[in-house]
Design a protein around this ligand. Structure first.
Ligand code: PGA
Length: 268
């Protein structure tokens, strides 16, 4: 397939589990020149060991795709609708993203919060994206209250069962050795708080996550799992070396080119 960049989408090396570092820019930056500069700064950061991606706001996707033309940086949407087209004001469909981006994030806690997405709806979004040939970064994670009540494992189990478990299995499996699905464990209390989870907390949650994937018929050992939540240049070593962590979904720190580069380097 030829994409908007006029070249086949970059393919990852055939690792069993890809190491990925993806910048989730959220509703930033405010000005387009900053967005294209940030995208250009991400080119050349990837290596045989780690794949780099960026997820700009929808309005910046096409100019950022232009800036990334011919590079090895993967481009992601931040969300996608489950329908292909129709009367869904403000939404972007998976077929619309195809040819512009390589994939999309779904299930981010800010989208769940602001748009009322539940696990079933996130599953429909992921399935639509996968069916269109997009890669999916599927976010899940518990709130502070849920962790304090000791419900972290139960929440992860529910999110896997009612979300990922509802997606046809053939859509979830790797295609020709290339990943189609990555899961981002993002405890809500760690996002944007400046207080990341500890490496031990993340490893424990990811072990639970992989076991739950197995219960819904997905080979958890074959799925890349990223950690997200206040990852910074100073905190990244905690996760880069933690058991089960294959990369990071980076919010605030991905808006600073130098800091994002340092985070990518930690996974090389
Ligand atoms: P943060 O965001 O790095 O700013 O905490 C991460 C995310 O929301 O994906």
């Amino acid at each position: 397939m030829t994409n908007y960049r006029g070249a086949p989408p970059p393919e990852d090396p055939p690792h069993r589990r890809s190491r990925l570092v993806i910048g989730n820019w959220k509703m930033n930056p405010a000005q387009l020149p900053e967005a294209t500069a940030l995208a250009r700064a991400a080119t050349g950061l990837g290596s045989a060991a780690v794949t780099v991606g960026v997820a700009p706001p929808a309005a910046w996707l096409i100019p950022v795709a232009d800036s990334l033309r011919g590079s090895d940086v993967l481009l992601f949407g931040q969300d996608v609708h489950w329908e292909e087209k129709g009367a869904f004001t403000g939404q972007v469909s998976a077929p619309m993203l195809v040819g512009v981006a390589n994939g999309t994030i779904v299930g981010h806690s800010e989208v769940r919060r602001d748009q009322g997405d539940d696990d079933a709806r996130v599953a429909r979004k992921a399935a639509a994206a996968l069916r269109s040939g997009l890669r999916v970064v599927y976010c899940l994670g518990e709130s502070l209250e849920e962790r304090q009540r000791g419900e972290t494992d139960a929440v992860i189990a529910r999110q896997v069962r009612e979300g990922l478990g509802a997606i046809e299995k053939d859509l979830l499996s790797a295609l020709d050795g290339t990943w189609r699905l990555a899961v981002a464990y993002e405890p809500i209390w760690a996002i944007g708080s400046g207080v990341p989870a500890s490496g031990a907390q993340v490893s424990e949650a990811i072990a639970t996550l992989r076991a739950e994937l197995g219960r819904v018929g997905v080979d958890g050992e074959a799925v890349s799992v990223l950690y997200g939540g206040s990852v910074s240049a100073s905190s990244v070593a905690e996760f880069a070396g933690a058991d089960g962590v294959d990369g990071a979904l980076v919010g605030g720190a991905s808006l600073k080119a130098d800091e994002f580069a340092a985070i990518v380097r930690a996974f090389r």
